[in-house]
Write a protein that binds this ligand. Structure first.
Ligand code: PLP
Ligand SMILES: N[C@@H](CCOP(=O)(O)O)C(=O)O
Length: 509
């Protein structure tokens, strides 16, 4: 097993080590890194894994993707233990089983027990420690002026930003710049990011959409000179480490839902940038016997439309929905899936040919604003995936219905992103009409982060109180803290680069 990585747009045999892949973030040809091979896990191994703790499982999975010559097992174990010691649940990602009653087998995978109450913590606590590990090793015994540094530049529609900041705050030799669309994230999300006082952290509020912010970040990665000068690092899910760390909870939840006996399992994943569900795809390809992965989108439905039409089309018409973290129309990680589809269907399993095809598709996306794939490609995607589009009205009614009807526990409160997933799950149940299926619906954020949507759905219920029932004490204090942010008046890469350099100078760098 090579444990190396290649770019989705490369037509050469070149590969990179794990460390190069993580530190570089985005390939220099604009593609995303993927493993040269997907490791396979036998039934026997799965049986053994079903007995492991979350941390034990993470170690077994990561060992299959990281050579022990790069990170010895003992070090990897310490990194994993440290990363999950910050979580509020001993299970890290607990599964709330049979939330809507024993008959439906609807289990909610709670991914929000980390420091910032969002699923991103699962990967970004690990990524922060990984950066630190690589830098400490590279800088050992080096004088100050020769130390290697990383300038993290990330884009957020609300959650990646705070999770990245909490993963990187105070880390030596790392500075963090997070771009977010002005006015398009929730007040608590903004407070979480902007009230962190650490000197190595700066938020940039950019007039535009998340897609604009993400385009700027990718342009900065493609700017050879800026990159050479500042050694830019990625915290978005373009960084392979994000996907890798997210695989653990698919295995862990599967084992919890099935109690070790073979069952049909569907995962339903509220999706935007396609990083979360992609980790499930890798788990499935490794051998986890998942029936299907269901992509749940809000009204920004590029993924749903692709699965129905085969057309992948850029658009600037991002709708502001009740699930703002998924207000995304350029779904970064979809490129990784497209590479596998192209390789299997159009390139006779030839990696280099697949890279060529991807290059053509993404060149068309850039020049013509869209590309269309053969119906055989879509058919192949539908073997592993299905999709559901959920409206704002359905999001609200799902939060309401779940609160009114949940049985285990009663009055379960969904955040609006999770509600998109639960609504999609209910639709799948109705279509499948198969009581033997276990549905694992991913809960990607704590409801406290989205007061407006949750209150819109629940304030008419007698006895409901956001302050009392939803808001943790830790988040209550945020509004009293001083904010640190810089406005960027136009979604323009040069303006953002100048803002970063100005702030780096203030940091004395
Ligand atoms: C709360 C929440 N749910 C769902 C998503 C969508 O996840 P992904 O972008 O990995 O598809 C995001 C953002 O990424 C999010 O912050
Ligand atoms: N929804 C995300 C958008 C960024 O996606 P990422 O997973 O690629 O970091 C957010 O909350 O920021």
């Amino acid at each position: 097993m090579s444990k190396t990585y290649r770019s989705t747009r490369s037509s050469s045999k070149d590969t990179k080590s794990f460390e190069e892949t993580i530190i570089q973030g985005l390939a220099s040809d604009g593609g995303l890194f993927i493993p040269s091979e997907i490791p396979q896990v036998s039934e026997e191994t799965l049986k053994q894994w079903s007995q492991l703790s979350f941390q034990g499982l993470a170690l077994e999975i990561m060992k299959l993707y990281i050579s022990s010559e790069e990170i010895p097992e003992a070090d990897l174990k310490v990194l994993i233990e440290r990363s999950y010691s910050t979580f509020r649940s001993k299970d890290v990602t607990p599964l709330a089983k049979d939330v809507t009653g024993k008959n439906e087998h609807l289990h909610i995978l709670e991914l929000f027990h980390g420091p910032t109450y969002a699923f991103k913590d699962v990967a970004l606590q690990f990524v922060g420690n990984l950066f630190e590990y690589f830098l400490q090793r590279a800088n050992k015994d080096l004088p100050q002026e020769q130390r290697k540094r990383i300038t993290v530049v990330g884009a957020t529609s609300g959650d990646t930003g705070s999770a990245a900041i909490y993963g990187m705050r105070g880390k030596k030799d790392v500075s963090v710049f997070i771009l977010y669309p002005t006015g398009r994230i929730s007040p608590i999300q903004e407070e979480q990011m902007t009230t962190v006082p650490d000197q190595n952290v700066q938020t940039l509020s950019v007039k535009g959409t998340f897609d604009n912010c993400q385009d700027i970040v990718k342009a900065i990665f493609g700017d050879v000179e800026f990159n050479k000068k500042h050694n830019v690092g990625a915290v978005n899910s373009i960084n392979w480490a994000r996907i890798l760390a997210q695989m653990t909870y698919y295995f862990y939840a599967y084992f919890q839902a099935t109690n070790g006996s073979p069952s049909k399992v569907k995962f339903v994943v509220p999706s935007g940038n396609f990083g979360d569900i992609l980790a499930g795809y890798y788990a499935k390809k490794m051998g986890l016997p998942v029936e299907r992965l269901i992509i749940a989108t809000n009204e920004n439905d590029i993924l749903d439309r692709f699965l129905k039409s085969g057309v992948y089309e850029r658009s600037d018409d991002v709708a502001a929905t009740l699930s703002p973290a998924m207000d995304i129309l350029i779904s970064s990680n979809f490129e990784r899936l497209l590479w596998y589809l192209a390789r299997d269907v159009l390139a006779s399993n030839d990696d280099q040919k697949a890279g060529e095809i991807l290059n053509q598709w993404f060149t068309q996306l850039k020049t013509k604003g869209k590309f269309e794939v053969d119906s055989a490609v879509v058919k192949h995607a539908l073997v592993d995936f299905d999709s559901e589009r959920v409206s704002n009205a359905e999001t609200t009614s799902t939060i309401k219905e779940t609160y009114a009807n949940s049985q285990n526990p009663q009055h379960y409160i969904l955040d609006p992103h999770t509600a998109v997933g639960v609504c999609a799950t209910k639709r799948q149940m109705a279509k499948d009409n198969d009581k033997s299926i276990q549905y694992i619906s991913l809960s990607t954020a704590h409801p406290a982060k989205f007061a407006e949507a949750v209150n819109e759905a629940l304030s008419s219920f007698e006895g409901y109180s956001f302050e009392k029932d939803v808001l943790p004490d830790e988040l209550k204090v945020l509004s009293t803290l001083e904010k640190k942010l810089k406005f960027v008046e136009k979604a323009d890469v040069e303006l953002v680069k100048s803002a970063i350099e100005e702030e780096l100078a203030k940091m004395g760098l």
